[in-house]
Design a protein around this ligand. Sequence first.
Ligand code: KG4
Ligand code: ZN
Length: 336
Amino acid sequence: MAKTAPFYTLGIETSCDETAVAVLRGERELLANLVYSQVDLHAKYGGVVPEVASRNHLAKMPILVRQALEQTSLKPSDLSLVAATHGPGLVGPLLVGLSHGKGLAYGLGIPFVGVNHLEAHILASRLMDEPVEPPFMGLVVSGGHTSLVEVPSFGTYKTVGSTVDDAAGEALDKIGKMMGIGYPAGKEIDRLATEGNPKAIDFPRPMMTSAGFDFSFAGLKTAVLYHLKKHPREKVEDVCASVLASVVDILTKKSIEAARRFHQKTLVVVGGVAANSHLRQRLTADGAGRGIRAVFAPISLCTDNAAMIAATGAYRHLHLGESHEFSLPALPSLSI
Ligand code: KG4
Ligand code: ZN
């Protein structure tokens, strides 16, 4: 019987401040997964500066592509497909990765797929040791997005709720900034909260009991601002624990209700905030109590990475027959 050549996808991610390159064999076997984080560059500005991010992606991208290929002992000519994020995200940073990906695909004479970053967070679930297949309810919770997405099959998505103002990660980052915690603050708030009392301050739970599945986190941010003005000596661990108690309560209640309302038994939690240890514990325990299995990708696949971009490109190319023209634009506001 003729042996079929392995299918290798090069994935590229530059939608924000992570320069990431991955190589995938077939649909799920990750051979390289490199992430160069620019957080230190942006920390002094308290947020991502798009122009600085773009310039840095441009400098780092060729180095990462070379390193990824070296790690896998593949030659560029072994690649079968290039997949790069084309939205949503910051337009300058997106253009760097997208143009690099198109150039590689053009030079190698192989197909190119532009990937939706949000869909890719969901398809990170295919790269887990025990991959999850649809149907399921997805909770995409990151610095840019907080959405509940029903997934009857990969490639078909129905957003049943999303934030009306700040994303959960964005609110945590802004709260961290108020407290003088570095940027981004989510990971540090997670750590500090472990040493604090979640009942110390009764912060609001905006929209937690409202009808439907939309979220709101801007009010929590304002409540923390006023609390800190009134109580400047509040123990930072207690503030973090109380803030997370609110965020975790809201995310847990809404997503378990959404899974039940749409008759899904599995809840797949993805995006940077899915790395949160308190959220992981609560959703696992409360979900189990209500017949919902909450699953989380490993932390390296929760925060931005190119493995999920490669997995999504490979899926869309191999199962949906997709490939894009080189005229495909960067779409900063692309939705799922
Ligand atoms: O998915 P991601 O890397 O980038 C976006 O697509 O936005 O998510 C970044 C967000 C940031 O807001 C960061 O503070 C948050 O994820 N984050 C966390 C944790 N690790 C990262 N939030 C809470 N707990 C964590 N352990
Ligand atoms: Zn992301």
